[in-house]
Structures are given as C-alpha cells and as structure tokens.
Design a protein around this ligand. Structure first.
Ligand SMILES: Cc1ncc(C[n+]2csc(CCOP(=O)(O)OP(=O)(O)O)c2C)c(N)n1
Ligand SMILES: [Mg+2]
Length: 344
C-alpha cells in the first residue's frame, strides 16, 4: 500500500511539471503536452490503496474525475495510462479520453468526468457477477459532492434490493470544486446515506490507510461472500486546487494548511516504522516507485500522436455523417483539435 501511495503522489508531482510546459504565461489550457483539465488526487491516496489492495483483476472499479491514485492501486498499466494522459495513440483509449476517461479492460477499470457516473456501471458489473455465479465484486468511487446525485441514490437502492456484491466508496475531501459540503448536503457523515437503503454504512474519519484497509477488507469480503453491498466514506484531503490552474480564492488558507499537514503517506510510513520496517526498506519502496513513474512518463512522451483522420474512430457507435464522408478530416479544422475549455 505504501508503495502504491508513493507512486501515486510522485506520479502526480511529475504530471504537474509536464502539465505546466507551454501553458504559461496566460494559462492556455489547451497548450502543452497534456492538453485539457487535470484533477490531481494528492491527499486521496489512502482511499485508493486501502480499498484496491483487497481486489483482484477480475473485480471491477469505477472512479470519478480524480482517478490516478485509484487507477494505480487497481493495477492499470501505468505506461498506457500515461500515454492516454499525454493524448498519444498507444494510450488506453488511443489518446481520445484523456486523464478523466481511462479505461483498462485488462483490470476492469473505468473512470468518467461525470459526477456519480461510475455508480450504475458498478452495480451492473455486480449484477453480472451475481448472475454468472462468480465471486467477483465491484467498487464505485465517488466524491462527497456526488452523494446527492440521483445516479448514486438509485444505485444504492438497486444494489440493496438485489443484494449485489458492490462497495461504494465516497472520498470526502470537504469540497466540490469551490462548494463546501455543508452548503449542499444535509448530512455531514455521508455514510448515513446507507441508512435509507438498509445497508451497512461505515465512515473512516481520518485519512489513515490502515483504517481504510480494515473497513474495505470487511466490505469486500461481505460482497464476495454474497452478503450484499456496503457504503464507506473516507475522510481525505485535497492538497491542491480542484484542477490545475485553480487559484482557490474561495478556500481559507487554514484549510489548505490543514490538508497539507494531514499526510496519509507520512502517517503510513510512521506506522510501518513502528512495526519494524526499516528506513532502508522505505527508501527502497520510494525508489522503485520513482523509477516506475519516470519509465512511464518517458515511454509516453516517445509515443506517436493519433492521426487527424482517426479522430472519429472508436468514438461514436453511429458516426456523424461528416465523419463517414471525409474520414474525419474535419477534425483538422482550426478550433476542433485539442480544445477542451470549460468544466468537464
Ligand atoms: C453530473 C455532473 N455535474 C456537474 C459536473 C461538474 N463538476 C465536475 S467536478 C465537480 C465537483 C465534484 O466534487 P466531488 O464529487 O466532491 O469530487 P472532488 O472533485 O472533490 O474529488 C463538479 C460539480 C460534472 N462533472 N458532472
Ligand atoms: Mg469533494
């Protein structure tokens, strides 16, 4: 878990360097090697690692728009994931999805920029597992800002009524973009949403990877044993802005400082030391993580970009008429390629 968490943190630190290339001075979001939005999950690592360590490749995970720590913990191919983020042809989605739309069928991982979107497909995967009589489970991750969404609440109901092997994991970082949770949600403890559906709800109050590990272990076992769904809420912290370029003018300094002080990675390192893991072992894990990240980033940067003529391939079930007649050449037109303004 520690190595996964360090990998996720370092990966994002390196993405920041790469993301800023070419974007200054006026912060042109479409410029540079990583065009578009970038939502970083620094401060969320305990949740991805503590949950996914209980999962197998045949278990399904759906993640939201802040997906890197979860993807890494689920075992998504880091090289192809990085190529996707860099918009390269060998990326997981051939460079067309970007960082919010990673899809890796080898380990049953998907994410989406649409809030709570992952809940119904996770319930679908759990239903498929039950109908096929396998013991695979599904986990849907979402932010606390998504717990009032219909898709989430309907998913809880369907999961409960059919006793499906699914775990919902709410990552509570106190903010939904610039909106503090107490202005939009009636409960402070999102795990209470489970009460309305008569299923277990557990809140992990601190971003302590070991506490997440314990809670998720129980929930995943319960699902695998055919005993139905669980909702877990984990307190995490957003160490950065909502996305890169967010000046966070709405956020009190003290809240930013608090987020930075509560570092689940440092906390886990201290736990490991107190259980006899040596500094050398910890350094070795960090080194391995850093090497893996560098290898993925340098591989991704060498990959080819997709051809404009492929712009519509694998995008539409029924391609627009223009795509059928010009082979997608219209994507060459100024303003079409690479523009990703606005929120997802
Ligand atoms: C259905 C939908 N509504 C609105 C948005 C715009 N949006 C993007 S991120 C976000 C806030 C999400 O907050 P939260 O779920 O707490 O996740 P966090 O960003 O804090 O990790 C919103 C409203 C969206 N992507 N999808
Ligand atoms: Mg949030």
């Amino acid at each position: 878990m520690y190595e996964q968490m360090v990998t996720a943190r370092h990966y994002e630190e390196r993405l920041v360097d790469e993301y800023l290339v070419g974007k200054q001075p006026a912060f042109d979001i479409s410029a540079g090697p990583i065009p578009g939005e970038l939502h970083l999950a620094a401060g969320h690592e305990a949740s991805g690692a503590g949950v996914c360590i209980h999962l197998r490749d045949d278990d399904t995970v759906t993640a939201p728009h802040r997906p890197h720590h979860i993807a890494i913990a689920k075992g998504v191919d880091l090289k192809r994931m990085t190529a996707e983020i860099f918009g390269r042809k060998t990326g997981l989605c051939r460079g067309k999805g970007g960082h919010m739309h990673l899809f890796d069928p080898d380990v049953n991982f998907a994410c989406s920029g649409i809030i709570a979107q992952g809940c119904p497909p996770a319930v679908g995967a759990a239903m498929a597992s039950k109908k096929r009589n396998t013991d695979s489970v599904a986990v849907a991750f979402l932010g606390e800002g998504a717990i009032d969404q219909g898709g989430f609440l309907e998913s809880l109901n369907l999961a409960a009524v059919h006793d499906l092997p699914v775990v919902f994991v709410v990552e509570d970082n106190d903010w939904a973009i610039s909106m503090p949770k107490d202005r939009v949600t009636d409960v402070q403890n999102g795990a209470q949403r489970a009460d309305g559906f008569d299923l277990p709800g557990v809140r992990v109050d601190s971003d302590d990877a070991m506490a997440v590990y314990e809670a998720a272990g129980e929930a995943v076992m319960r699902a695998r044993d055919g005993n139905g769904p669980t909702l877990i809420e984990v307190q995490v912290h957003r160490r950065m802005g909502h996305f890169m370029g967010d000046a966070e003018g709405y956020r009190p300094e003290a809240d930013i400082d608090r987020a930075k002080q509560r570092d689940s990675i440092e906390r886990l390192a201290a736990d490991l030391r107190s259980h006899g893991v040596t500094d050398d072992d910890i350094d070795e894990m960090r080194e391995r993580a850093h090497e893996r990240v560098e290898a993925a980033i340098s591989w991704a940067k060498e990959q080819p970009e997709p051809e404009p003529a492929e712009a519509y391939e694998n995008v539409f079930t029924n391609p627009p008429a223009q795509a059928a007649t010009d082979g997608g050449a219209a994507a060459d037109a100024p303003g079409d390629a690479g523009e990703t303004g606005g929120d997802n």
